[in-house]
Design a protein around this ligand. Sequence first.
Ligand SMILES: [Zn+2]
Length: 255
Amino acid sequence: MLKYPISKLLFTIIMVMMLSLDMYGFSFSAYWYALPVILFLSLVAMGSFLIQWKFFIESKNNGVREGNRVSLTFDDGPHEVYTNKVLDILDKYNAKATFFCVGKKLQNQPALANEIVNRGHSIGNHSYTHQYKFPMFTTKRMIDEIEKTNSIIEIILGIKTNLFRPPFGVTNPRIVRAINHIQMEVIGWNVRSYDTVDDNIENVIKRVTKKLMAGGIVLLHDNRENISVILEGILKYMKEQKLKSVCVEDLLKLK
Ligand SMILES: [Zn+2]
């Protein structure tokens, strides 16, 4: 897949070539100049939203396709009601998962954070505020958010995490600089449930189970009311298929 630095270089070369040719008498209309600009900007926009492209950063989006291990991951929690339900269902199926928590929510619920870890799951960093403007923050502000959440995890749980999932899965050059500065692993997914936008529980379960295979990393959210039924549906399917959920660092052998 095309990466950002190469795309930027190609775009610059094309523009310089067109301008040079223009100076030697080849006359390009504005449309011809607009074409590479539109293509480049579209590529950047899609690369920002599709973490699996690894356009800006080497994210880890799946494990090896052999065996029977997958990883269920939960973003945007912990939630005072729904996270506990998720924990109970995971216990019922003897499944382990990774929770990408929002620092501010962790800070307010240290007991729940401890409960997650005590039940054998892992916790990753999902920024401090999870503001929709996060991708537009300066590199310094991103570093502050990520480091603040890392310290909260360390203070509350006595553990260090090097797992980071960008809010909304959006990546860009600033996030790359922030992550390179802090030295964390960017964890994406290869199975997206769309549980935050689709209210049809059956559709969400089907969307996940259709794509789920060994090595899969599933994106779910534990701050939604529907999550209990969705999770139960996915785990039932996994039991039939003999698929086992483990913490993402175990799936990716990051420990
Ligand atoms: Zn999120």
